[in-house]
Write a protein that binds this ligand. Structure first.
Ligand code: NI
Length: 398
């Protein structure tokens, strides 16, 4: 069965208007009340009646399509960041210190645009479409995906595949990054509190210098990746913060270190966590200090299903052409979408949103981050086409 293509049919004005509105009214993780209520209003206007609200906070799940065939889910995230916007667009954030600096405004608008396309094609849909508007993506390690799944939001109907995207400023508009297997990393977070013994700078023999212990720990931790992890595997330990001491002539009593661990392979994740505790405890003890470790696992590795990644590639080829699929390397940034992929097959892809004028491109989470809005109809068409390609491949035998 062929469902045709959605090529160049997305309603650009509709999606752009929504994106700008969401951008003006950003909401932090867990507080997406206005966004979720606007999403529900738009879904109703599209004629979608099965709308489930306030799932795990402000999550929304909408279901349509009448066929008895398989179910495909498409996911967008809705939350913004505690960042003060530094752009001069007319639709700049109206909320002090809050900004859509990760493009989730565009994700939500694009999924509504895809919903419009798919709803118009509903009579041709052999199964069901589930739209997931997820809260709290930025709220690692809890996130929004796991609470929504645990609330049963994806049980009836249960998706046979889940797809999602993220705008990606490193790729220009019109390019898409997708690969099967690992696309994004597992992200864990730690803090270490080192208890030494303070004293006068001139009398180190009567003290345990917590600052020196911290420096030693920082160095030895780097040997985990260089000496314990298989060099063919990826691992990163970054200490982003070290605090110790109060004055130039006082030996620090206490030091606090914070950082993050990134990995792809679960064995590497386990190995680093185990070695981390050994290194920190033993180095501290060898210098006469005590170390207290808090180590929290965050989002898991994002592992794209091979068939699902192929479905995304087919959709990209249909909407943009095969030249829109550059070879990409996985990245150790983390994404809550990975949690869906622990429960359902599916794929996540990076949607190029970079301006031709490269001076206008800033990284995700930057106060000047903006997308080239030409990406908006492309994203909507790709999400809709991905669903259609899914039905073409999975629905042909129903
Ligand atoms: Ni994001």
């Amino acid at each position: 069965m062929s469902l045709g293509t959605v090529k160049h049919k997305a309603d650009q004005a509709y999606i752009t208007g929504l994106r700008r509105e969401f951008h003006q009214y950003p909401e932090l993780s867990g507080q997406e009340e206005r966004t979720a209520s606007r999403v529900c209003e738009e879904l109703q206007k599209l004629g979608i009646t099965d709308i489930r609200k306030q799932i795990a906070g402000h999550g929304v799940v909408a279901v349509f399509g009448g066929g008895a065939g398989p179910t495909v889910a498409l996911r967008a995230d809705m939350d913004a960041l505690p960042i003060a916007e530094k752009t001069d667009v007319p639709f700049k954030s109206t909320r002090d210190g809050i900004m859509h600096a990760c493009g989730h405004d565009s994700h939500t608008a694009m999924l509504l645009g895809a919903a419009k396309l798919l709803k118009e094609a509903e009579q041709h849909i052999p199964g069901k479409v589930v739209l997931i508007f997820q809260p709290a993506e930025e709220n690692a390690p809890i996130g929004g995906a796991r609470p929504m799944i645990e609330a049963g939001a994806l049980e009836d109907p249960r998706p046979d595949a889940v797809f999602g995207l993220h705008v990606w400023p490193d790729l220009p508009v019109g390019q898409v990054g997708v690969k099967s297997g690992y696309l994004m990393g597992a992200s864990d977070r730690f803090s270490i509190r080192i208890q030494g013994k303070g004293g006068h700078a001139s009398m180190p023999h009567e003290t345990v210098d917590a600052a020196l212990v911290a420096v030693q720990i920082a160095q030895v931790l780097q040997t985990i990746v260089s000496r314990n992890v298989n060099p063919m595997e990826a691992g990163v330990i970054t200490i982003g913060k070290i605090e110790a001491g109060s004055r130039y002539n006082v030996i620090a009593d206490e030091a606090v270190m914070e950082g993050t661990v990134r990995s792809f392979h679960p064995d590497v994740r386990d190995l680093i966590e185990k070695r981390f505790a050994e290194v920190v405890e033993h180095v501290a003890r060898s210098m006469g200090a005590q170390a207290e470790i808090t180590y929290r696992r965050g989002y898991p590795v994002l592992n794209n299903d091979e068939t699902a990644a192929g479905i995304v590639r087919s959709a990209v080829a249909e909407v943009l052409g095969a030249q829109a699929l550059p070879q990409i390397e996985a990245a150790l940034t983390a994404e809550d979408f990975a949690v869906y992929l622990e429960h359902f097959p599916g794929a996540f892809f990076w949607l190029g949103c970079g301006f031709e004028d490269k001076s206008k491109n800033f990284p995700l989470h930057h106060p000047a981050f903006l997308i080239d809005e030409r990406v908006l109809p492309i994203g909507a068409e790709l999400l809709a086409e991905t669903a259609l390609q899914f039905f073409n491949q999975k629905g042909s035998n129903v």
